[in-house]
Design a protein around this ligand. Structure first.
Ligand SMILES: Cc1cc2nc3c(=O)[nH]c(=O)nc-3n(C[C@H](O)[C@H](O)[C@H](O)COP(=O)(O)OP(=O)(O)OC[C@H]3O[C@@H](n4cnc5c(N)ncnc54)[C@H](O)[C@@H]3O)c2cc1C
Length: 326
């Protein structure tokens, strides 16, 4: 297919998941003409993510590079949620304060934590954006433009942001899939939903529950695998965890499977692409994509501005996954 004028974009975002959709939203709010290409792949992490915004529970130590980014992003979330909801008219179910099970069995609200509903965030961020269901196969930079080849044709753009999550290795990035599995229990109206909101650590492995608009979520396993098929052993572990939380009827729960984008040092890559001029990378958020979305979106905005001004240069060395932490 020959590229026609309608297939030309100022900024193309590859991947419309948690990171790609939030970035595209921020770029559009800043006045850029943004188009999103998303292949709608099974195993996209945003469909399975819990939505906890909890740097402490995730062991993101304050003062470390990633801890600083996480704290900044957590501060940005209330305003970001308001912007998403105001622009789309859709709720993202952002809620401050996560109830946490204490060692004595009582519940207490952990200050400085929050939760949201990842699929609702993606829906709100995508609202009104041109989004095409295409799989990007190849990227190249030529004469001040970036060309994307997809399974349906070619897209020229002035700048491109790669946010392909666990599939980012296709673009030369050091990202590997880390499977996560969770349960989603339908809640009947009589259940005390609030009683299930929280998290706790138990017998070496960590499980948590939280109440969401679509039911009670029990999460989550971590397995170095690219499979998007539910793992029976993981389901048994989750059912046992649900039982410890006193959740009845868990055996009928739906299974969610998602692929987190992992990096060798566990830190995201938010930087100019090491090879292609005009291409910005935002991937490798592992377990923290929901938490880090506003921080990533703001940082990508700056990188895209530089790319469009022609000042983005590939770094001299391999991409430092700590780029964003400075
Ligand atoms: C079980 C589980 C629980 C989690 N819980 C939390 C949590 O509580 N808090 C938190 O902060 N994070 C959590 N996460 C992590 C979070 O979901 C991820 O970090 C986040 O979704 C990553 O966003 P992303 O946009 O990079 O990837 P994704 O959300 O996976 O989106 C990537 C998108 O790119 C598209 N794509 C891929 N390749 C191409 C291509 N070549 N062309 C076009 N489109 C393409 C896919 O279709 C997909 O829609 C959890 C994840 C899992 C799996």
């Amino acid at each position: 297919m020959n590229p026609g004028p309608s297939r030309e974009a100022e900024v193309l975002v590859v991947g419309g998941g948690l990171i790609g959709a939030c970035m595209a939203f921020t770029l559009r709010q800043a006045g850029y003409a943004v188009t999103v290409l998303d292949a709608d792949l099974p195993g996209a992490a945003w469909r399975a993510g819990a939505g906890l915004l909890s740097p402490d529970a995730e062991g993101l130590t304050p003062g470390t590079p990633l801890g600083v980014c996480a704290a900044e992003s957590l501060r940005q979330w209330p305003d970001f949620a308001r912007q998403l909801e105001g622009a789309s008219g859709l709720s993202v179910h952002y809620r401050e304060g996560v109830r946490c099970r204490q060692p004595d069995g009582t519940w207490a609200v952990t200050p400085g934590e929050a939760q949201l509903h990842p699929p609702s965030v993606v829906r709100a961020a995508r609202q009104g954006l041109p989004l095409h269901t295409e799989r990007v196969l190849h990227v190249q930079s030529r004469a001040g433009r970036v060309l994307l080849n997809t399974d349906q044709g070619t897209w020229p753009a002035r700048a491109v942001v790669l946010a392909a999550g666990a599939w980012s290795a296709a673009f030369g990035l050091p990202v590997t899939p880390v499977q996560g599995q969770a349960l989603l229990l339908a809640l009947d109206g009589s259940a005390d939903a609030a009683a299930y909101a929280g998290r706790r650590r138990g017998s070496g492995a960590r499980a948590y529950t939280l109440t969401r608009p679509d039911g009670v979520y029990v999460g989550a396993t971590v397995r170095h695998s690219a499979s998007v098929q539910p793992d029976p052993q993981a389901r048994r572990w989750l059912l046992a965890a649900a039982g410890r939380f006193g959740l009845d009827g868990a055996s009928g729960a739906a299974t969610l499977v998602g692929l987190r984008p992992g990096t060798p040092d566990g830190r995201p890559i938010v930087a100019p692409h090491p090879v292609h001029a005009g291409v910005v990378v935002a991937t490798g958020h592992g377990r923290h994509g929901a938490l880090l979305a506003p921080w990533t979106a703001r940082r990508v905005l700056g990188l895209v501005e530089r790319a469009l001004a022609g000042s983005a240069r590939p770094p001299r060395e391999r991409v430092s996954v700590a780029q964003g932490a400075r």
